[in-house]
Design a protein around this ligand. Structure first.
Ligand SMILES: Nc1ncnc2c1ncn2[C@@H]1O[C@H](COP(=O)(O)OS(=O)(=O)O)[C@@H](OP(=O)(O)O)[C@H]1O
Length: 384
């Protein structure tokens, strides 16, 4: 009895302390949870990923490390085709060693970001990986990287940095594989990717439509003549021994017959490719961004893109700084003294001088295609 009384009295005196302790514990847990959520959220915030301007330009891979987290595998497969097919590819400029190398660097960079975020223990439960609701489908050398990086500044956009090539090269891997490549997003954020070869690959419109008929499609187009030279310049940077642009562009130089089977030429026949897309998507599901305007008026072009995606206009004039040495707009943080960030050396390569007659012949070749393209899109891109 005495014992139980003693116990009771000590229990009564200990009770308020115990209650207080309990309250402190709950408060501490809440605090820790809030802190954890905050850090998790911050990890999803976009950051500038482009390299510093000036001479010692940082490779894109490094810059990608500074961007959003997410697992992105390298999408390259060993080439099991015979030497004949490979040499034809080389001529056709579809053996994209250059672009694959860039992809590899990019995904390497992104993987590191992913590792970094795991190391800091940042995992946010409210984020999930979703299939992209919007895709930059082309065109190769149109300015697709610049557009994606400008978009990544927007807090409501999360994009995979490397080109997944799901709908053209990796389709058999399935949608779950594709989804796994995507960064995690919060409710309301838009998942995006860019793979410029989609626009010209026959099977892709149907495949994207099968994933979702509501997918928003963005095509960055550029004067097809300059685009062809840019494409050739990229291939030549990796394989300096390829034949001259002139000899590849003509089927018969004396007759001035353009070789429309050469991919550098074929990609620029935009109207032809667009016809295939319009079998699956209404033109209103597609936005055509002018590659030229993206350089001369990035904020204006970004306003169109943000509106098309149903986003607040966040990326504005103050985010851009035109770098005269590079000849391109670079990204900067508004109201900050930090250095603007530009794309890497593989963007904005010096093009070789092509004989004016060849350029003129190409202009003549593209004119009817361009006219048709303007008509189909309701936009005059002013290339002629
Ligand atoms: N802001 C900015 N900075 C650097 N480069 C810019 C920019 N905006 C557009 N461009 C042009 O983008 C061209 C490369 O296009 P892509 O990124 O679509 O190329 S790729 O298909 O992904 O290889 C690249 O082509 P080249 O100049 O021929 O190298 C650039 O002209």
């Amino acid at each position: 009895m005495e014992y139980s009384l003693l116990c009771h009295s000590s229990y009564v005196s200990f009770q308020p302390v115990k209650n207080k302790l309990l309250v402190y514990c709950i408060m501490l847990s809440l605090w820790a949870y809030m802190l954890y959520c905050c850090i998790g959220y911050c990890s999803t915030m976009p950051s500038f990923m482009m390299e510093s301007t000036g001479k010692g330009t940082e490779p894109e891979a490094e810059l990608l490390m500074k961007t959003q987290a997410g697992h992105r595998g390298t999408v390259t497969e060993p080439d099991r085709r015979g030497p004949k097919a490979l040499s034809r590819d080389l001529l056709n400029n579809v053996n994209e060693a250059d672009s694959r190398a860039e992809d590899w660097d990019e995904s390497k960079g992104e993987q590191r970001t992913s590792e970094e975020s795991t190391a800091t223990g940042v995992v946010n439960g409210s984020e999930t990986k979703k299939l992209p609701q919007a895709i930059i489908i082309g065109v190769k050398k149109g300015g697709t990287r610049a557009l994606l990086e400008f978009l990544r500044v927007h807090p409501d956009i999360r994009a995979v940095g490397a080109e997944p090539h799901f709908f053209d090269r990796n389709y058999e891997k399935g949608l779950e594989w594709y989804r796994e490549l995507m960064p995690k997003t919060l409710e309301g954020q838009i998942t995006m990717e860019k793979t410029p070869s989609y626009f010209v690959t026959k099977e892709v419109p149907g495949r994207i439509h099968a994933m979702s008929k509501d997918t928003k499609l963005i095509v960055v187009v550029r004067d097809p003549v300059t685009r062809a030279v840019s494409d050739y310049t990229q291939t030549r940077s990796k394989k300096p021994d390829i034949p001259s642009f002139e000899s590849l562009a003509f089927k018969n130089a004396t007759a001035g017959l353009i070789d429309a089977t050469w991919s550098a030429v074929q990609i620029g026949m935009y109207a032809r490719h667009l016809e295939r897309w319009l079998l699956f998507f209404p033109v209103g599901h597609m936005l055509f961004v002018s590659g030229e305007q993206l350089i001369s008026d990035p904020a204006g072009e970004m306003a169109r893109v943000q509106e098309f995606l149903g986003l607040r206009r966040v990326v504005v004039e103050e985010h851009f700084h035109f770098n005269p040495a590079k000849g391109f707009p670079c990204l900067k943080k508004p109201a900050s003294n930090s250095k603007p960030h530009c794309l890497g050396k593989t963007k904005g390569r010096t093009h070789p001088n092509i004989h004016p007659d060849v350029i003129q012949r190409l202009r003549d070749f593209y004119r009817p295609f361009n006219k048709k393209f303007y008509h189909m899109t309701g936009q005059d891109f002013g290339w002629d």
